[in-house]
Design a protein around this ligand. Structure first.
Ligand SMILES: Nc1ncnc2c1ncn2[C@@H]1O[C@H](COP(=O)(O)OP(=O)(O)O)[C@@H](O)[C@H]1O
Ligand SMILES: [Mg+2]
Length: 255
C-alpha cells in the first residue's frame, strides 16, 4: 500500500506514515480552523519536498485570495504554476464576472470551470493529465451542496467523491462545519476524515486535530494539538488534548 506524505510536520506519525495512495481524504472544521492552509500545504509541500505536481480546485474563495494568503506562509503558488508544477481550476460560477477581472489583474493561468459537477470533474481530469499531478486539493465541497435540495446534494457529493477516487491522485478536500452537526454525507463517503477542532478554554484558543477515520490505517484516536505558524501547520503528535474537559467549549467560529 503506497503512502503519500501529508507535508504537515507531525501528522504522518499519526497515520502510519501518510495518506493511503489514491484515497480521498476530507478535512472538516469551522471557519478559521486552518482547512485551506492544510490543503495548500499539502500541494505546495508535495511539489517542493516530494516533486509531486498538484491541482488546486477553488470553489469558495478566489484564486487571487488564496495565492495572496499563501504568500504569508512563504508559499509561491504563482511560481509553481509557471513551472507547470501546479494548476488552478476556479469553479465558482457565482463569481464568474470576477474571474475575468482577476485574470486581467494577474495574467496567470487559471482555468475557469462551471459549477456543474461533470464539468468540474472533467476539467480536473484534464489538468491532472497535463502536469501528471499526484495530488489534488478541492476547497471546499460545501458550496456544491448549497444550491441543491438535500437528496440532490447527496447525489452530487457522492458523484463527485466517487469520480475523484478514479483519478490516479491522492485528494484532499475540505468541508465546513457550523457548530454541532450530525455526520455529513462527505464524511461517510470519504476514505479518511480529519477534523480540525478549535476550542476556547478561558481566554485562550486551543487547536486540536483528530483523525476520525482513515480506512486501512491503524490511526491514532486521541486529539493532538496543532498550531498555525509562520511556515504553516504543525501537529504535535506526542502531546494530547483532553477532549472531555474542553468539548463543551468548542467554538462555532474560530475568528
Ligand atoms: N502566519 C500565520 N500565523 C498564525 N496563524 C495564521 C497565520 N496566517 C493565518 N493564520 C490563521 O489561520 C487561520 C486561517 O486558516 P484557513 O486555512 O484560512 O482556515 P479555514 O480554511 O478553515 O477557514 C486563521 O485563524 C488565521 O488566524
Ligand atoms: Mg478556507
Amino acid at each position: 500500500m503506497g503512502k503519500v506524505k501529508t507535508a504537515i510536520p507531525g501528522l504522518d506519525e499519526l497515520i502510519e506514515g501518510g495518506y493511503v495512495e489514491n484515497d480521498v481524504v476530507l478535512v472538516t472544521g469551522g471557519p478559521g480552523a486552518g482547512k485551506t492552509t492544510f490543503g495548500i500545504q499539502y500541494l505546495v509541500g508535495g511539489v517542493m519536498d516530494y516533486n509531486e505536481p498538484g491541482v488546486l480546485v477553488v470553489m469558495d474563495e478566489t484564486p487571487a485570495r488564496m495565492i495572496r494568503d499563501s504568500w504569508r506562509f512563504g508559499w509561491d503558488i504563482e511560481k509553481l504554476v509557471s513551472q507547470n508544477k501546479m494548476k488552478i481550476i476556479y469553479a465558482n460560477p457565482f463569481k464568474y464576472t470576477k474571474i475575468a477581472k482577476s485574470l486581467e489583474d494577474k495574467p496567470m493561468s487559471v482555468i475557469a470551470a462551471n459549477k456543474n459537477v461533470g464539468e468540474i470533474l472533467m476539467q480536473i481530469q484534464i489538468e491532472v493529465a497535463a502536469i501528471k499531478a499526484k495530488r489534488v486539493f478541492v476547497d471546499s465541497i460545501t458550496s456544491l451542496k448549497l444550491s441543491a435540495e438535500p437528496v440532490e446534494a447527496r447525489n452530487i457529493v457522492s458523484e463527485f467523491i466517487k469520480n475523484l477516487e478514479y483519478l490516479d491522485c491522492t485528494t484532499i478536500m475540505t468541508s465546513e462545519i457550523q457548530g454541532r452537526q450530525a455526520f455529513s454525507v462527505e464524511e461517510y463517503l470519504s476514505s479518511g476524515v480529519v477534523r480540525l477542532h478549535v476550542f476556547r478554554v478561558g481566554g485562550s484558543r486551543i487547536r486540536a486535530i483528530e483523525i476520525l477515520k482513515m480506512r486501512g490505517v491503524k490511526h491514532d484516536d486521541t486529539l493532538h494539538p496543532y498550531e498555525i505558524k509562520e511556515k504553516g501547520i504543525i501537529v504535535h503528535p506526542t502531546e494530547v488534548v483532553m477532549n472531555d474537559e474542553i468539548s463543551l467549549f468548542e467554538t462555532r467560529d474560530a475568528k
